[in-house]
Design a protein around this ligand. Structure first.
Ligand SMILES: [Zn+2]
Length: 464
């Protein structure tokens, strides 16, 4: 009997992992890391309820760590099969997984020195060498063409408009001569955004898994540019700096695009912009290479000798020394740095430095999961803990949800509108409990489909 087990992103936004079993074979869709509270991150250390060596194939929707960050751990635990993904996702994973491993190693070293580890000795979840080993198991599949993995499983990827290389998947399961079509939304992007294309809509699904990150709310209407300009002008006037915790993939490029436009239109002063993320620098190069994912016209811009993703006074900092030097900058500047939810990475140093300064501002531009430092700042905490020390939050905190990479509630409903025949079951995943429950009500009210919120480690049998 073909079935699905929800091994992550069920009742929460991170740890995406869906196990599909049919004809005695096992396929995993996404292999994400849990992020946020200790309860969630502890799951990364627990053994999976099934033997990793018994999984035959893994297919990835996109490169974000909450969809791929468990990969080295899966390999370490015995998985020897391929990780199928398109070329952009492969290249992004190479950057992101090595960085994730590096962060794990750094964090383990740091907590070991500080002596506040729960594990003794403090160990990384995986090392850079282990991430490298896992990357050797990646196999590229076409960006949009259908791909037959085995007699049991065929997959057709479609553009999800969320980040470079992001897809949603149509998985055709064949068992005993019967077929069923399962749609995995991955993460769905926004409509009418700059750089990336609109998400393609699905036209049919026997079963459907839909993300619900913003299932309970819509993003405010309008372009984020005006609000971005307002904040930058206000902060620059009072002599402060703007710190933006941002995902290296997508958000930083979108911010650069807007900053450049605002500079060109003379709506903001030409401030130094520090892109303090070696990953983001490498990722920006990939946009030029993978033109199939976006509508930025590099050829036109190149002809004019300008880079559409770079402002005039940009500083790309690769080395740790250069990163630390940004702490000495006392004149107004803009710092874009990862990680996006301030769960690690160089942005922690910048937050520790700038949060106590009432002239400065922190810009929240992406989803902040429960239990993350980013969420505490977004929720208005007056004191936060960084590197084991309490840091007062005196800087202004500005939410800019228009810059989100995720579809809002109406956009998710719009994405679903292409499906004319009700799926036998719609599972809502990748959301926090309130968003999932609210979106369940919305799907029910709009389409009258059978819909349920997927439970962690729940198994459901498909009716082929
Ligand atoms: Zn994502």
């Amino acid at each position: 009997m073909a079935k699905i087990t929800f091994l992550g992103a069920a009742g929460t936004v991170t740890g995406s992992k869906y196990l599909i079993e049919a004809g005695g074979k096992r396929l995993l869709v996404d292999c994400g890391l849990f992020q946020g509270s200790h309860d969630l991150t502890d799951r990364n250390w627990q053994t999976l309820p099934i033997e990793p060596a018994s999984i035959d194939w893994v297919v990835l929707t996109h490169a974000h760590i909450d969809h791929t960050g468990y990969i080295p751990r899966l390999v370490k635990a015995g998985y020897r099969g391929p990780f199928y993904c398109n070329p952009s996702t492969h290249e992004l994973c190479t950057i992101l997984l090595l960085d994730s491993a590096h962060l794990q190693e750094e964090e383990a070293k740091f907590v070991q020195q500080k002596g506040y580890s729960q594990h003794k000795p403090a160990l990384p979840l995986y090392t850079v060498a282990e991430a490298q080993t896992a990357l050797n198991q990646f196999r590229e599949i076409p960006r949009v063409e259908c791909f037959q993995i085995s007699p049991e499983f065929g997959v057709c990827p479609h553009d999800a408009g969320h980040i470079l290389g992001s897809t949603w998947l149509e998985l055709t399961i064949t068992e005993n001569g019967k077929k069923t079509l399962v749609v995995f939304s991955g993460d769905i992007g926004r409509y009418d955004q700059v750089i990336l294309k609109d998400p393609e809509p699905p036209s049919r699904a026997d079963y459907l898994l839909c993300e619900s990150t913003y299932g309970d709310r819509d993003h405010p209407p309008g372009s984020p540019e005006d609000k971005l300009a307002e904040v930058i002008n206000r902060v620059a006037k009072r002599g402060g700096s703007v710190v933006v915790p941002s995902f290296a993939v997508g958000r930083i490029q979108t911010l650069m695009y807007f900053l450049k436009e605002l500079e060109d239109q003379k709506k903001i002063p030409m401030l130094p912009v520090y892109v303090d993320s070696p990953m983001a620098i490498s990722v920006t190069d990939l946009y030029e290479k993978h033109k199939e994912d976006h509508d930025v016209d590099f050829s036109r811009e190149e002809a004019a000798h300008i880079d559409p993703l770079n402002v005039a006074n940009v500083h790309m900092t690769r080395s740790v020394e250069d990163s630390k030097k940004i702490n000495d900058v006392v004149t107004p500047c803009i710092i874009l740095s990862a990680s996006g939810m301030a769960t690690g990475g160089r942005v922690l140093h910048h937050l520790a430095k700038r949060l106590p300064d009432s002239r400065s501002a922190v810009l929240i531009v992406g989803f902040q999961a429960e239990g993350t430092l980013g969420r505490q700042i977004e929720d208005g905490s007056k004191m936060v803990k960084i590197f084991g020390e309490m840091v007062p939050v005196r800087a202004e905190v500005v939410d800019l949800p228009q810059l989100s990479a995720h579809a809002g509630r109406s956009e998710l409903l719009r994405w679903l509108s292409g499906i004319k025949t009700a799926p036998k079951m719609t599972f809502l995943v990748h959301g926090e409990p309130a968003a999932l429950e609210s979106f369940r009500g919305a799907v029910d009210a709009t389409y009258h489909w059978p819909v349920q919120v997927a439970g962690y480690q729940q198994t459901f049998e498909f009716n082929l």
